[in-house]
Structures are given as C-alpha cells and as structure tokens.
Design a protein around this ligand. Structure first.
Ligand code: GAR
Length: 202
C-alpha cells in the first residue's frame, strides 16, 4: 500500500516505519513536514524518499496550509496517511477528505491525556501506568477510536524525559504493527466512534 507520512520533528517513529516498511507491505511515497528543520526529513532523504517541507508561517490560514498539503498528498493517491509526531491540528476539510485513512500515534493511554505534555501530566496525576495509543483520526482532537495501546509503568524515579523515552520505545514497535493491520485491509473506521479489526469492534 502507498502511504504518506506527516512529521514535525525528530522522526523516530518515521525511522521505525522506514525500517519495517517491507515487512508491513508499505511503500512510503512521500514525507511531508510542517517544519522545514524537522530532523525526520533527513532520515527520509537518506533513503531516497521524496520530501516536502512547507513553512506554515507563510500561509494565511490553517485551511490554506492544509489545502497545499492535500495537493501534495493527492499526487501520490495514498491508501493511508500516517501521522508520526505531526504536531499540527488538522482542518475539518482535511479530516473529512481522508476519513478512515488517517492514523495517528499519541503518547498517552487515550482517552487519558489528549493534547500536549502528556508525560508530565501523567506524573502529576500520580498515574501508575502510562503508554502510547494508535488511533484513527476523526474530528475530535485525539478522540478517534483507539486501535491499539502499549503500557509502561511509571516508577517513582521517572521524570517527563525518562518516561518519554520509555513510551517512545514502545511506540516504535506498536506503530508499524498497527500500520500492518491497516495495509492488510484488516482495520476499518466505521464511524466517528467505531473501528474494527477483522470485522470485530475494537
Ligand atoms: C512521539 O512520542 C509521538 O507519539 C508524539 O510525538 C513524538 C514524536 O516523536 N506525537 C504527538 O504528541 C501527537 N500529538 P518522533 O518525531 O521522534 O517520532
């Protein structure tokens, strides 16, 4: 399956997807970043994947920016759009155009801690467990149906940095595995609140 990956930063999830692409039946056609300095762009370039970096400060509105990104995406007719550390809220037009085709990984056990600073917030809430979630994108921010999660324990010695590292290590395995379910046609978004794996509601 052809896929486009959207990033904003370091791109360690992107790297894991690149490393596993063959075994998960994915061809990464293009990497798009909303930040021209995202290190992930270097990772993609190194293995010959076309990259597009758009400077978001040059656009008048969120929709203008997303329309430009949609043009790039449509050149590749991807079967899946993979958000891998893409730190920008998508416009409603974008989400409805690709409904059921957009996957995201979020560094918390959703529905706990949508949004930013998830690791610090989990520590401050005295959580014992934390983790990462892969979910479909719907209009509700970080609110689309969860597909799969991985857990880590929060130890008394953890801070936001150590916890982020523990969670990221889990993400690097969880995301390719979940993307593979999608490329195999096993995973479907039925409506705003429902996803299925092998026709069973998740
Ligand atoms: C990852 O931890 C990912 O879950 C998170 O950003 C990090 C990106 O790291 N995504 C979000 O917070 C999305 N709301 P990476 O660029 O090294 O893959």
């Amino acid at each position: 399956m052809n896929g486009v990956v959207l990033i904003s930063g370091n791109g360690s999830n992107l790297q894991s997807i690149i490393d596993n692409a063959k075994s998960i039946d994915l061809k990464i056609c293009c990497v798009i970043s909303n930040r021209t300095d995202a290190f992930g762009l270097k990772r993609a370039t190194k293995v010959g994947i076309p990259c597009v970096a758009l400077d978001e400060t040059l656009f008048d509105s969120k929709l203008d920016f997303d329309q430009e990104i949609m043009k790039v995406i449509d050149n590749y007719q991807p079967g899946v759009i993979i958000l891998a550390g893409y730190m920008r809220i998508l416009s409603a037009d974008f989400i409805s155009k690709y409904f059921g085709k957009i996957l995201n990984i979020h560094p918390s056990l959703l529905p706990k801690f949508p949004g930013l600073n998830t690791h610090q917030r989990a520590i401050e809430a005295s959580e014992k467990k934390h983790g990462a979630s892969v979910h479909f994108i719907t209009e509700e921010l970080d609110g689309g149906p969860v597909i799969a999660q991985e857990f880590v324990n929060i130890d008394s010695t953890d801070n936001a940095q150590t916890l982020a590292k523990k969670v990221l290590d889990k993400e690097l395995v969880l995301y390719p595995k979940t993307i593979h379910w999608y490329t195999q046609g096993r995973l479907k978004l039925i409506d705003q609140n429902t996803a299925t794996l092998d026709n069973r509601t998740l």
